[in-house]
Ligand binder design. Structure first.
Ligand code: PMP
Length: 296
């Protein structure tokens, strides 16, 4: 039998089957909380400082004070990986508003709940990286910046889930969401890039997209290769007529997009720029300078 993962909840480690939180936790009752998905590759936690920084900024935006410092949080993530003897992992770091009463008033929740799960994640079938995935533009609009925007990485993902259901129920791999003006924003948990005439383009965070840590790394890699990179609004037409397209995200990593709403993108195969960036990305994620070592 597979050994149970040890999960951190508020300073204590519990075997997976015993890792439980209160039904009065507002993370459950109201989706009131924030989270990060983080990956470790070959003993290095990729961009751990950046993920922790974003977690605390999301918490600040929802006026929730995380009860431990960023430095302690970093050490606790590392400790959780060591406890589970992991070198390659997907880490889910969750901070909920904590236990309150049945009303939604966050003032009734004296202490946020901190949860760290170090496990693995598998979003797509094996051939996805080689062949690309199918996408469709969903009827579900991305929340604009004046609502529960995805700029805050909160526990409210129903919007993404509705779009995902729409895609998978018609046998499409992934959904794309538009903003209220009809520009494409991002996928359900990943940023979108298109390639046109040798340049790469991604929608700006002002459309409500999350400022992806992976997207930032991929943009840097592209610029270092001499590929021009722009943050700009993208229309469905521009996606349909792109030379290449791909997603970036911590869980998704880099995945080529083969088609959108049944329109084949480019020649339907991962294009040369996508492939070049994917190869370079594979090298960057295991670079010790890009993260924090687990065992040192
Ligand atoms: N957009 C959304 C809505 C996300 O949830 C995520 C992360 N899961 C991303 C984009 C990608 O961000 P990152 O590269 O920082 O994981």
């Amino acid at each position: 039998m597979k050994k149970e993962i040890e999960i951190y909840i508020d300073g204590v480690y519990y075997p997976q089957s015993e890792a439980k939180i209160s039904v009065y936790d507002h993370g459950l009752l109201y989706g009131d909380g924030v989270f990060e998905g983080i990956r470790a590759y070959e003993g290095i936690v990729f961009k751990l400082h950046e993920h922790i920084e974003r977690l605390y900024l999301s918490a600040h935006a929802i006026m929730m004070k995380i009860p431990i410092s960023k430095e302690e949080m970093l050490k606790t993530v590392i400790k959780t990986l060591r406890k589970n003897k992991l070198s390659n992992a997907y880490i889910r770091l969750v901070v909920t508003r904590g236990v309150g009463d049945l009303g939604l008033d966050p003032r009734k929740c004296p202490k946020p709940t901190i949860i760290i799960i170090a496990d693995s994640i598998n979003l797509h079938s094996k051939g996805a990286k080689e062949n690309g995935i199918s996408t469709m533009i969903s009827w579900v609009r991305r929340n604009p910046v004046d609502t529960t925007t995805h700029e805050i990485k909160s526990l409210n993902y129903l919007n993404s889930i509705l779009a995902k259901i729409e895609a998978t129920s018609t046998d499409v791999d992934e959904a794309l969401c538009l903003d209220k003006n009809g520009w494409i924003v991002e996928g359900v948990g990943e940023n979108l890039f298109i390639v046109k005439n040798g340049k790469i383009f991604t929608p700006p965070s002002s459309s409500g997209a999350l400022e992806g840590i992976t997207a930032k790394v991929v943009t840097r890699i592209a610029k270092n290769m001499g590929i021009e990179a722009y943050q700009t609004s993208i229309t469905p037409f521009q996606l349909f007529s792109a030379d290449e397209a791909f997603f970036t995200g911590t869980a998704m990593e880099m995945i080529p997009i083969r088609e959108a709403n049944k329109r084949i993108i480019g020649d339907g195969k991962p294009g040369p720029i996508t492939k070049k960036l994917m190869d370079a990305f594979q090298k960057v994620i295991v670079d010790p300078n890009e993260g924090v070592p687990i065992y040192s």
